[in-house]
Each structure stands twice: as structure tokens, then as C-alpha cells.
Design a protein around this ligand. Structure first.
Ligand code: DGL
Length: 274
């Protein structure tokens, strides 16, 4: 069997937190990443709109040769994962859902904080995760308004970022949480800032390593795993500004990336990316 690349997408640079985990678990596996920065943030948008974006992006990544698709965005997973799996049963998908299960299993206080976007909290996926796993546990939710935009601007160590985190986390701490679930793939990039606000005792759950393991399991099942010793030509696309993406990716991942432009075109309802 020959290896197949992994297609990964997000509204912006958030999915790079998942890509980083995939690269560290599966060196040699080629990845094709698309950041839909023309539309970031996804969180405040209607689920239907995010689903439409996700369908077109998936088609774009498959067209570039991706075998497996990682929806490295909780919001897009909430909006589109079910529909994507239904419309393309032959394609393996890995999606994100807030890690309520491990949080509920490990909390001692029974109080868990969840940070995610408004669309993620509205989706059926979140409701089903809560129903299945949150028995006897109180979940305190925050949408952290403005946090994704701060991260997209590279303003990690910034007073406004700290203020957003305090506003989200302080009431959770007062209520006695001992666990915070990162339900948005942008947020792992501010884990040091979250720790500063929450303290070292609070457990912060970043689902990226578990997502990478799931991708590896599926690749193995399909016979698409690459030789880990191979050097790969990973590709990056953004529907936003390539220079801005490259600079931010360098800041977040510490590697030099030269992304390619991808362009939305066509009338609403018949969008395509080129
Ligand atoms: N990184 C995304 C998520 O995991 C989307 C954030 C946004 O664009 O609002 O939800």
C-alpha cells in the first residue's frame, strides 16, 4: 500500500495545534493544511454557513490528493462532521469534540470549565457529548469572546488576551473547577497564559495528541501510513494573506513555512476554492 497525505483544515491557525501533534507522532506523513482565514472566526457564524465552507474545503483537500481528512476545528466539526461523513462514506474523517469524557473521568471537584466557540456550544455534537459523559459533573462554559481574533493576530502575551482569559476563567475558579477543556483548536497556543490565570493545579486538556493518535489508527487501518524516515513536502494554503499566515505560523510553531494562496470564488451557494 502507498501512503496518502492527511488533509487538515481550520478557520485559521488553530488547526496548527493539531498539525503539530500529527507531525510529532507521524513524521514522514505528508500533510496538506488549509486555513480559511478569509472567514475567520467561524465561532460566531451560523452552523449552516460553516457547514457550506467545510464541504468546499474538504473537496479542495481531496482534490489535492488527501486520503484522510482531519477537521481540526471544533466549530467546523460541530457544523459539518456528520454531513461530511454522510456525503462521503468512502473517506475517513477525524473530527474534534470537546474532551468532556476525560475531564469527567479525572475531575475531583466535579466542576469542569469548557472553553469553546458559540457555534460549538450550539451544535448537536456538544449536546451529545454532555449527555453521554457529563454525569454528576457540572460544566461551566465560556465562549471567550475575542480570543480567537487575538491569537490570529499573534497577540498571545498581551493585556487584552489576559483580560479575556480572566473574564472567562475567574468565575470558573471561584466555582471550584479543577479542569479546563480546550474546546477550540486555537486555544492550545495560549496554554501558558491560561496557566498563569488558572494556576498550576488546574488540569488543562488539549485534545490534539488524542486526535493525532486517532488519525494514525485510521491511516494504519487503510494502509496509508508513511515511512517515518521520509522527508515530506508539507503544503499549506490560506484563503487569507500568505505572508501574514507564514509569519504567524513561524511564531506559533517555530518553523519556516511558505504557504500558497487559495481563493474563494463563485456565487453564494456555489462556492469553490481555487
Ligand atoms: N479553531 C476553531 C475551533 O476549534 C475555530 C475558531 C473560530 O474560528 O471561531 O473551534
Amino acid at each position: 500500500m502507498t501512503s496518502r497525505p492527511i488533509g487538515i483544515f481550520d478557520s485559521g491557525v488553530g488547526g496548527l495545534s493539531v498539525l503539530r501533534a500529527i507531525h510529532s507522532l507521524l513524521p514522514g506523513q505528508q500533510t496538506i493544511y488549509l486555513a480559511d482565514q478569509a472567514h475567520v472566526p467561524y465561532g460566531p457564524r451560523p452552523l449552516d454557513e460553516v457547514r457550506a465552507f467545510s464541504e468546499v474545503i474538504t473537496q479542495f483537500l481531496l482534490g489535492k490528493g488527501a486520503g484522510l481528512i482531519v477537521v481540526a476545528c471544533n466549530t467546523a466539526s460541530a457544523a459539518a462532521l456528520h454531513a461530511l461523513r454522510q456525503s462521503r462514506p468512502e473517506i475517513p474523517f477525524v473530527g474534534m469534540e470537546p474532551a468532556v469524557k476525560p475531564a469527567a473521568e479525572s475531575t475531583h471537584t466535579g466542576m469542569v470549565g469548557i472553553l469553546a466557540t458559540p457555534a460549538t456550544f450550539q451544535g448537536a455534537l456538544y449536546a451529545s457529548v454532555v449527555e453521554r459523559f457529563a454525569h454528576g459533573v457540572t460544566l461551566l462554559q465560556s465562549t471567550c469572546p475575542g480570543l480567537v481574533t487575538q491569537i490570529e493576530k499573534g497577540l498571545l502575551d498581551h493585556p487584552e488576551t489576559d483580560a479575556i482569559l480572566h473574564e472567562a476563567i475567574d468565575p470558573m475558579l471561584a466555582a471550584g473547577i479543577d479542569t479546563i477543556v480546550l474546546g477550540c483548536t486555537h486555544y492550545p497556543f495560549v496554554i501558558p497564559q491560561i496557566r498563569k490565570v488558572a494556576g498550576e493545579q488546574v488540569r488543562v486538556i488539549d485534545p490534539a495528541p488524542a486526535i493525532a493518535r486517532q488519525a494514525a489508527r485510521l491511516l494504519a487501518e487503510y494502509g496509508w501510513l508513511a515511512d517515518p524516515l521520509l522527508t515530506t513536502d508539507n503544503r499549506y494554503y490560506t484563503t487569507g494573506d500568505t505572508r501574514r499566515f507564514d509569519k504567524l505560523a513561524q511564531q506559533l510553531l517555530g518553523v519556516d513555512i511558505q504557504s500558497h494562496p487559495a481563493q474563494w470564488a463563485g456565487p453564494a451557494g456555489d462556492l469553490k476554492i481555487y
